[in-house]
Design a protein around this ligand. Structure first.
Ligand SMILES: [Zn+2]
Length: 66
């Protein structure tokens, strides 16, 4: 196992965490070609269940109607 030589300074630690938060806030968002809803790339659309031009997941329609 790798063991650290020195304790990391709080500034270094905090700047790393700040970078991580930025990547979460500005996550890549694409749009579904079927319904146009925003969705993550390479993920099934949560709205209509489409992926790669076909329906792959059945989405509960009752939840949307409420
Ligand atoms: Zn969709």
């Amino acid at each position: 196992m790798a063991v650290q030589k020195r304790r990391q300074s709080s500034a270094r630690r905090d700047s790393r965490r700040a970078q991580w938060m930025a990547s979460v806030k500005h996550a890549t968002v694409g749009s579904c070609p079927n319904c146009g809803e925003p969705k993550a790339p390479h993920r099934v659309c949560m709205k209509c269940g489409w992926y790669n031009g076909q329906k792959v997941v059945e989405v509960a329609e009752a939840k949307e109607a409420e």
